[in-house]
Ligand binder design. Structure first.
Ligand SMILES: C[S@@+](CC[C@H](N)C(=O)[O-])C[C@H]1O[C@@H](n2cnc3c(N)ncnc32)[C@H](O)[C@@H]1O
Length: 166
């Protein structure tokens, strides 16, 4: 293989991986990647009144924006991400958080006080809502950025940040 062919092969592989990394989360029942702006993540955590001794999860943590902000406030921060490159970046960036490579639908969240999600309304958020209702305590607060959740009590909202309780 000459140099030009090798470069073309590498570019094709890189493009194929990027396409796969965007579509794979959707096959696993979640949203593709779009990061929450850091100032919005900080605002969401203030709105949800996250406290130091509470347990925080970001289900589908991407590259770790909400994890970094949550780690400034709270000692028990966990992110779950299904896509390996984003998981690795989140692990490098959110050093104080536990960052798990896995499927959010398989994560034990029974100890959660605050859960952050930025997924999609409709079928995906409904499925996540069912999991949260089945596994968490009634006082658990759920932050959904951008998309609303059905069958949950809306407690507060501002700037496309929706805070719910089950
Ligand atoms: C819209 S992004 C939000 C990223 C991050 N929470 C933020 O707000 O910056 C959604 C993320 O969820 C991840 N995801 C989708 N389905 C998932 C699943 N079933 N398990 C774990 N992560 C998932 C995607 O790979 C993507 O990184």
């Amino acid at each position: 293989m000459d140099v030009t062919t090798s470069i073309i092969a590498l570019v094709v592989l890189a493009v194929a991986y990027i396409i796969a990394s965007l579509s794979y989360p959707m096959l696993a029942g979640g949203a593709a990647y779009s990061p929450t702006p850091r100032e919005i993540a900080a605002e969401a955590l203030t709105l949800a009144d996250l406290k130091k001794d509470e347990v925080f999860y970001d289900l589908g943590c991407g590259t770790g924006e909400a994890l970094i902000e949550a780690s400034k406030v709270c000692d028990h921060v966990t992110g779950v991400e299904i896509e390996p490159i984003r998981w690795f970046i989140a692990k490098l960036r959110a050093r104080k958080a536990q960052v798990i490579l896995g499927n959010l639908f398989k994560q034990d969240i029974s100890d959660a006080d605050v859960i952050f999600i930025f997924q999609y309304e409709g079928r995906i958020n409904n499925r996540i809502a069912m999991k949260i209702k089945a596994e968490t305590r009634s006082e658990t607060r759920i932050i959904s950025y951008w998309h609303r959740m059905e069958n949950m009590k809306l407690v507060k909202s501002q700037n496309k940040i929706f805070i719910y309780k089950t």
